[in-house]
Design a binder for this molecule. Structure first.
Ligand SMILES: CC(C)(COP(=O)(O)OP(=O)(O)OC[C@H]1O[C@@H](n2cnc3c(N)ncnc32)[C@H](O)[C@@H]1OP(=O)(O)O)[C@@H](O)C(=O)NCCC(=O)NCCS
Length: 183
């Protein structure tokens, strides 16, 4: 099989999701409470649901999803741009590093930077946004490290284990990425 280069970052590569290579990890990660605690997945994910997700993301024109692989080609997570609005040139973004032994090693923020480059340089988008539960420090730090700006708070938006949690909205614009001079 031909090797897929994907999009390169400093540490990661973003490659198209492939059932044969990435499905088993997706099922394992999406059923790990520590990984999904901030993602509002409370009931677990079946093989059938995960297979459907793989089918769907291949076909959609309004989203791009990639598997994240590290410098040794180990599959460590997923990242994506979702709900792209081509008229407003905006999209929502999300990242999961499923292998917990590589948390806080720079992979998440590197994947976000690669995704941002693709969004602005290849897709010509104008704005990306992401939302993190207010106690998800890792997500917020990674977004900030990748150049996103904190834009505001949505009060009591997520219900988790009987408690409402605020969420923090983050955004990055093409002008942030290219520099004010080009906008
Ligand atoms: C959130 C997540 C994507 C971050 O990816 P990561 O590879 O661990 O993050 P990075 O190593 O790139 O971290 C970037 C910065 O955040 C810091 N950071 C990451 N996780 C942290 C945590 N839990 N607490 C404090 N700081 C944290 C890192 O130390 C780093 O800062 P530094 O460069 O100043 O040291 C990853 O931990 C993850 O997938 N978690 C589970 C799912 C999730 O919460 N996804 C986001 C939903 S909104």
């Amino acid at each position: 099989m031909a090797e897929i280069t994907g999009l390169r970052g400093e540490k990661v590569r973003l490659v198209p999701p492939d059932k044969g290579q990435h499905l088993e990890n997706a099922i394992r990660w999406m059923n790990d409470p520590e990984v999904v605690q901030y993602l509002l997945l409370t009931t677990g994910v079946t093989r059938g649901l995960e297979e459907e997700w793989f089918e769907r993301i291949q076909k959609r024109d309004s989203e791009f999803v990639w598997a994240i692989v590290d410098e040794h080609r180990r599959h460590i997570g997923f990242t994506g741009i979702h709900r792209i609005n081509w008229r407003l040139r905006s999209g929502g973004t999300g990242t999961v590093i499923g292998e917990k032994d590589v948390w806080r090693k720079g992979y998440g923020s590197d994947a976000m930077r690669v995704r941002t480059k693709f969004a602005f340089e290849t897709l010509g988008l104008h704005r990306l946004e992401s939302e993190a539960r207010s106690d998800n420090v890792g997500s917020q730090r990674a977004l900030e490290k990748a150049g996103y700006k904190r834009e505001g708070i949505a009060r009591k938006k997520f219900l988790w284990e009987g408690r409402w949690h605020d969420t923090v909205l983050y955004g990055i614009l093409d002008e942030d990425y290219f520099g004010e001079s080009r906008s």
